[in-house]
Design a protein. Structure first.
Length: 158
């Protein structure tokens, strides 16, 4: 059996926070605000996998009210979601992420993101795709107020 999941996450850009996307620290004057490291790409991917498995969302599994998740590296959360996926008898066919950010330019970081995500999922980089786009200075991402990410996954029974 095959199942598809979609995830979406957004975080506000603020000064005095580091910017982490796809498990990689990005050079930037602004970072994402959140309880964890606020990695919107990883959070969207977690939600996509959990959605494919009908297991709720990232907030149900890793609530922001729990101090254990304060400033946590989101790749650790993704690894736990991957364990849940395998525990349900599924494996990843592929994951496709789109990061929406006006700045900074993310293309140089994408290979490292793919490697970090694949390592957390326990799969090869050939199953993980990451793309980045702008919204041509439109909306909250275009105004540098935040960064958004969409993720789609296909999983199948092992």
């Amino acid at each position: 059996m095959m199942r598809i999941g979609h995830g979406y996450d957004v975080h506000r850009l603020v000064p005095d926070r580091r910017l982490v996307l796809g498990g990689v620290e990005i050079e930037s004057d602004l970072g994402l605000l959140g309880h964890s490291d606020a990695d919107a790409a990883i959070h969207a991917l977690c939600d996509a996998i959990l959605g494919a498995l009908a297991l709720g969302d990232i907030g149900a599994h890793f609530p922001d009210s729990d101090p254990a998740y304060k400033d946590i590296d989101s790749t650790l959360l993704l690894a736990r979601v991957a364990e849940l996926m395998r525990g349900e008898g599924y494996s990843l066919c592929n994951a496709d992420l789109t990061i929406i950010a006006q700045a900074p330019k993310l293309a140089p970081y994408i290979p490292a993101m793919r490697e970090k995500i694949a390592a957390a999922l326990g799969c090869g980089t050939d199953l993980v795709n990451v793309k980045a786009t702008t919204e041509e200075k439109l909306g909250f991402t275009g105004a540098l107020e935040g960064i958004a990410c969409h993720a789609v996954v296909l999983v199948e029974t092992e």
